[in-house]
Design a binder for this molecule. Structure first.
Ligand SMILES: [Zn+2]
Length: 154
């Protein structure tokens, strides 16, 4: 749960460049999509963990974004696909920043390669509890500054 909250915060910050609220919501949803899909597969379908690893690959997020975009009406599908895929890509980059003691996190070449890579920037153990306060503070700061700027210009 804290990991998902960190991804929501990252999605909110990463979607600041989008003007429309629907686009921002899709980007944030895309940032949560890989974890929602893997948790659903792990817990809901009780599949082996290796089976859900595809949800954390570029190929996997393209498939997930495509499937999720099909839930939208035709005029919105392409935009929904791009925003969901972009949000999911940010998710993969965040997860790849973890340090899993050299085991790797993301199979960037799946299905052609199962070799996993990591950037090793922060430890996995307890990382959401470390990152969550910082992510919440960053969202409050950015959104607060945006609200002050809108109030000043309006
Ligand atoms: Zn993840």
């Amino acid at each position: 749960m804290p990991d998902l909250a960190v991804h929501v915060c990252a999605g909110l910050l990463g979607s600041k460049f989008l003007r429309d609220p629907a686009g921002r919501a899709l980007f944030v949803a895309g940032n949560c999509l890989p974890d929602l899909a893997s948790k659903t597969m792990d817990l809901g379908f009780v599949s082996p963990p290796a089976f859900s690893e595809a949800t954390h690959t570029p190929f996997g997020i393209l498939c997930l974004a495509y499937a999720a975009a099909m839930l939208f009406e035709e005029g919105w599908r392409q935009r929904a696909f791009l925003l969901l895929a972009a949000g999911s890509l940010l998710h993969l980059l965040m997860d790849a920043a973890k340090d899993c003691l050299g085991c790797g996190v993301i199979s960037w070449g799946f299905p052609l390669s199962l070799h996993r890579w990591e950037f090793g920037l922060y430890p996995v153990e307890g990382s959401p509890w470390i990152l969550l306060p910082g992510a919440l503070a960053a969202v409050l700061l950015v959104e607060g500054l945006g609200a002050l700027r809108r109030r000043g210009s309006g």
